[in-house]
Design a protein around this ligand. Structure first.
Ligand SMILES: Nc1ncnc2c1ncn2[C@@H]1O[C@H](COP(=O)(O)OP(=O)(O)OP(=O)(O)O)[C@@H](O)[C@H]1O
Length: 245
């Protein structure tokens, strides 16, 4: 069964906002332990798709399974890490307090919270800024803190909506190395991106356009299928490079 081999399965998922259909019959499978990229022009439905996967939003019809369970599923929430496009941070308090707050929601112990907070903050190069109020963070620092928060509880599934926007290339490389390590340890990672060199780093890619999944495969397959010289060329061929809105 698809559900057993794959960590994330979407079967004929549709989503309407009022009269407007923003997802059309999305069929998608993400194998366990893979890094799967969702690529497409602005407004094509990437965020809507990942919110359904994360259990934050419900589809209008169709089924979504994560770790073999039908979504949305409250009991799965502490096995999923989700990083939204806009940072969900409390700016009046410190990064440490933000981490503590979320960790407590996940039921982590005080000792665990302290150890893990330091670990994740060092990972995103914010080890020195743990006690600073978030209001004093730059945009890029807030993104990195959001990423740290999404992996704080060692989730089995990590869903990242444009995680490296505003992050410099060097740190972006470090973050990708960390994502590879996590995937080698069995974590399944779903990442949305506009950045072509990031798309190439994914094990598998899905390209979306106007709510439809138009192509799926490895970055190499997507290029070879149409004789494209780069993933950027494939993206332009499959999806067009113009914005939808
Ligand atoms: N709550 C909402 N109510 C009405 N329309 C919505 C809502 N959320 C999203 N949409 C619409 O659904 C479509 C898909 O939006 P979505 O945010 O999923 O796109 P996206 O591919 O993630 O875009 P971007 O790359 O710019 O973030 C857009 O046309 C958007 O305007």
């Amino acid at each position: 069964m698809q559900k057993e081999k794959n960590c994330i399965v979407l079967n004929k998922v549709n989503k309407f906002f009022g009269e407007k259909q923003v997802l059309k019959d999305i069929d998608l499978t993400v194998p366990y332990g893979s890094i799967y990229g969702l690529l497409g022009p602005s407004g094509c439905g990437k965020t809507t798709t990942v919110k359904i996967m994360a259990g934050i939003s419900e589809s209008s019809s169709g089924d979504t399974f994560v770790l073999g369970e039908k979504m949305p599923q409250l009991a799965l929430m502490n096995q999923i890490g989700y990083m939204a496009q806009s940072d969900a941070l409390y700016t009046a308090i410190s990064a440490a307090e933000n981490l503590e707050f979320f960790a407590a929601l996940y039921g982590m112990s005080k000792q665990e919270i302290k150890k893990r907070s330091m670990e994740v903050m060092e990972l995103v190069n914010l080890g020195e800024d743990l006690q600073k109020p978030v209001s004093a963070y730059s945009g890029g620092m807030k993104r990195r803190l959001s990423l740290a928060m999404s992996i704080l509880h060692n989730p089995k599934v990590l869903i990242l909506d444009e995680p490296t926007v505003g992050i410099d290339p060097l740190l972006r490389k470090d973050i990708w190395n960390e994502l590879y390590k996590m995937s080698e340890n069995g974590v399944t990672i779903l990442v949305t991106t506009h950045v072509m060199d990031e798309a190439e780093k994914c094990h598998q890619l899905a390209m979306m356009r106007r709510g439809v999944l138009i192509a799926q495969g490895t970055p190499r397959e997507l290029q070879q299928n149409i004789g494209a010289g780069s993933i950027e060329e494939a993206f332009i061929y499959y999806g067009g490079d113009s914005h939808e809105d």
